[in-house]
Write a protein that binds this ligand. Sequence first.
Ligand SMILES: [Zn+2]
Length: 217
Amino acid sequence: MQRLLLLVSLLAAAAAGFSVWSSARAGEGPAWLQVIFGPRQTLAGRRIGIVAGHSGNDSGAVCPDGLTEASVNAAVAEAVVRGLKSRGAAVDLLNEFDSRLRGYAADAFVSIHADSCGVDLSGFKVASLEGGSKASEPLAACLWERYETATGLARHPDTITYDMRGYHAFREIALATPAAIIEIGFLKADRDLLTKRPDRAAAGIVAGVECFLAAKK
Ligand SMILES: [Zn+2]
């Protein structure tokens, strides 16, 4: 009888443990469980390339007090890499002119930049290669939607330049790799979000990639 009781209580403990584990894996349940078990592995088996804009090359835009675009891009890019890896993806964090860009093949490629400190504009924008692969369009659409939701920033399509549509890396990577560039905000007006909440900006990009690859199955 005692053995039976022991067996029943062991089974009950195992079942409870399993339900805690599976709800945390499903991205549900208390935050502390997700810290232990991690979010759902929605990106398992995927390879994703992330460029931290200007890294390894120059500082990008610079504010009067010395804040550089490259430092803002790097903080957000690193948080994006952590977010993607925690969902099971294999991620390459790339420099602006990385030697790996030539013929780079992946399930998605996103380059992260920020906008000038010299103007009083606010907002973000996304572009893919003009006349490029059709596969890039749904990636850009997902980034527009999810970044807007995560950050609350307005869309700023009027300031998309040739530098974005004709972005150099789009012409170096493999043609079949879906690719987009995002300007995550303006260094002056959106500075608080970009420097104090890089996790929020990163969450928008991770959600955009997830949205794109979930639809692509
Ligand atoms: Zn830039």
